[in-house]
Ligand binder design. Structure first.
Ligand code: FAD
Ligand code: DLZ
Ligand code: SF4
Length: 511
């Protein structure tokens, strides 16, 4: 046999670099392994989504005359790890060589490097060219920049891809239309209804398997209706472009109780596992703009998330690993409380976000950033614990994308490598952008004392606690000037209440 091509669960793309030159006689290896579901105890729905998408992908390429050796989780011989499954497959097929595409996590890259030493045949690791910016290009860009700022990287990517460019000028004269975005949601605006995808026999079998094997993991498998095939993913993309994209920009930061998706695309899991290509997603969004179906503020904002943030975050991960994982510049040590897993909290904004993520393995960006992330920052939770939580609960989470968002974006644990200041906020922001506060036992307008929103006391406690570390930051000049002017007694009371709140958090670590 010629080449054994090992395809991982987040590499479900027909034109993956490791599949490009496939020939008759080659075999594609895919395997469901317990180690990948357990190295952190992934949300049940994430495991089910990925196993179902993997099985459908295997069927899809088999129909295109590719030979696939697919090891299911319940195969009696399954050893439970990538390395042992690859070794078994090498014995079975006796290939001349093994070809893989680089993975999305450092720990798996280390495994792949080991395979080059330990397998009885050569192992070729290819670049993952589903990303638009390769490692060398990102590192070269970063090298010349004192501070890594996504906005500048994004402009380079606009020029490189030609998306939304009119010659060498950005469409409609501006790189960024965020000024027109960030509107709160008016009561009369309703979110469009999403299509749902029927569970077929393959998904049914996977749901059964995951329920039996990982039923004690976080999350629910009920009402599974997410796309699991390339065809469904394309159908869903079309729906998004027609129905939600036009309002995506305007209401990008809004939150509403009982409406988890609003105008967000819900495409991240499909892009990250390979069923959709980021380029095709952006190109179709640009078509919607050029055809007059979606305005510039929506399409520019959406494309920026993908060729700007998504590519930037990935560049940061590979440039900074492996040390990045242990960053903790604010010396945050507190354990994550149990209610991150149980959802039992009376802070309504958190309660709603935890309920939604348990049900669907999804929260939209502002819930991740300004509700949960902000809370983690203010409370000073240990970055390793926060990283693990984010990696477990979201169906789109792989370390390359989860880690910089947690370490750099929400926790400022890298000391501001790419965020110009910590995203710390009191209740004002949540109150302005959501209807959560109206249904909460706390009052967003009460700063201290009876009924005060915990975000308010925690905010000033965070600012005061980190004064030595943050005071030199010019973007915090006004904040520290306000702190310095604050009535001493009021600040003392606020910090005392913050401390009582923090002392009351129960963290047994049993989840
Ligand atoms: P939309 O709001 O519709 O955005 C469109 C697309 O842009 C997304 O599908 C995604 O591909 C991309 N995107 C937007 N923001 C980012 C970003 N900051 N980083 C990378 N891609 C981005 N995204 C993940 O894919 N996996 C994660 O594990 C993940 N963890 C996050 C953790 C934190 C603390 C924060 C603040 C953000 C995280 N994000 C992560 C980014 C972002 O929140 C999600 O991509 C987005 O919420 C997914 O929903 P959507 O597809 O509806 O996105
Ligand atoms: C997340 C995940 C899970 C739960 N299970 C598997 C699996 O059984 N087989 C597989 O090939 N991939 C799985 N994955 C995705 C991998 O964890 C992912 O490929 C690596 O983390 C590298 O990004
Ligand atoms: Fe969240 Fe505070 Fe608003 Fe309650 S009052 S929903 S805790 S921001």
């Amino acid at each position: 046999m010629a080449v054994l091509r090992f395809v991982l669960g987040d590499q479900l793309s027909r034109d993956l670099s490791s599949l490009k030159d496939i020939e008759d006689g080659d075999v594609v290896l895919m395997c469901e392994v317990a180690d990948e579901a357990n190295y952190v105890r992934h949300h049940q729905r994430k495991i089910a989504f990925l196993f179902s998408a993997m099985r459908h992908f295997a069927d899809d390429i088999r129909e295109r005359d590719v030979t696939v050796d697919y090891v299911t989780l319940d195969d009696a011989e399954n050893t439970g790890s990538f390395t042992e499954e690859l070794k078994r497959a090498v014995k079975r097929h006796q290939p001349d060589s093994v070809v893989v595409t680089e993975p999305g996590e450092w720990r798996v890259l280390e495994m792949m490097r080991d395979w080059r030493e330990t397998l009885d045949c050569p192992v070729e690791i290819r670049n993952d060219d589903r990303f638009i910016c390769d490692h060398e290009t990102f590192d070269k860009w970063a090298e010349g920049n004192k501070e890594l700022r996504q906005e500048y990287f994004y402009r380079e990517m606009r020029k490189y891809t030609s998306y939304l460019m009119d010659g060498n000028k950005p469409a409609e004269g501006k790189w960024n239309f965020d000024h027109d975005n960030r509107e709160p949601l008016k009561k009369r605006i309703t979110a469009p209804e999403r299509p749902n995808y029927t569970v077929d026999e393959t998904t049914e079998a996977v749901l059964d398997l995951v329920g039996k094997r990982f039923g004690n993991h976080f999350g629910s498998l009920e009402n599974f209706d997410y796309p699991v095939t390339r065809r469904q993913a394309l159908h869903y993309l079309r729906w998004f472009l027609d129905e939600a994209l036009p309002d995506f920009g305007t209401y990008q930061d809004a939150m509403r109780e009982g409406a988890p998706l609003l105008f967000h695309s819900h495409l991240s899991a499909l892009i990250n596992c390979g069923l959709l290509d980021p380029r095709e997603v952006c190109e179709r969004a640009e078509d919607a703009y050029r055809e007059g179906k979606a305005p510039i503020n929506a399409v520019e904002g959406f494309i920026r998330q993908i060729i700007g943030w998504r590519e930037f975050i990935r560049g940061v991960y590979w440039r900074e690993m492996p040390d990045y994982a242990s960053s903790n510049k604010l010396n945050a040590q507190r354990k994550l409380p149990d209610f991150f897993w149980t959802g039992e909290t009376d802070l309504n904004c958190l309660k709603q976000s935890f309920k939604e993520v348990r049900e669907s393995a999804y929260n939209h960006h502002i819930q991740r950033l300004m509700v949960i992330g902000n809370f983690c920052l203010l409370c000073g939770f240990d970055p390793r614990e926060v990283q693990e939580w984010y990696l477990v609960v979201y169906h789109d989470a792989y370390e390359w994308v989860e880690m910089p968002n947690v370490v750099g974006m929400i926790l400022y644990a890298d000391g501001g490598l790419f965020a110009s200041k910590p995203y710390a906020a009191s209740s004002n922001y949540i109150d302005k952008m959501s209807d959560y506060c109206g249904n909460c036992t706390y009052s967003p307008n009460t700063k201290v004392g009876e009924g005060a929103c915990p975000f308010n006391v925690l905010y000033w406690d965070f600012i005061a606690r980190n004064k030595d570390r943050l005071k030199g930051n010019p973007r915090l000049n006004r904040t520290y000037a306000t702190l310095d002017r604050m009535n001493e007694e009021k600040l003392k009371q606020s910090r005392k209440e913050a401390q009582e709140f923090l002392d009351g958090l129960v963290a047994t670590g049993d989840y």
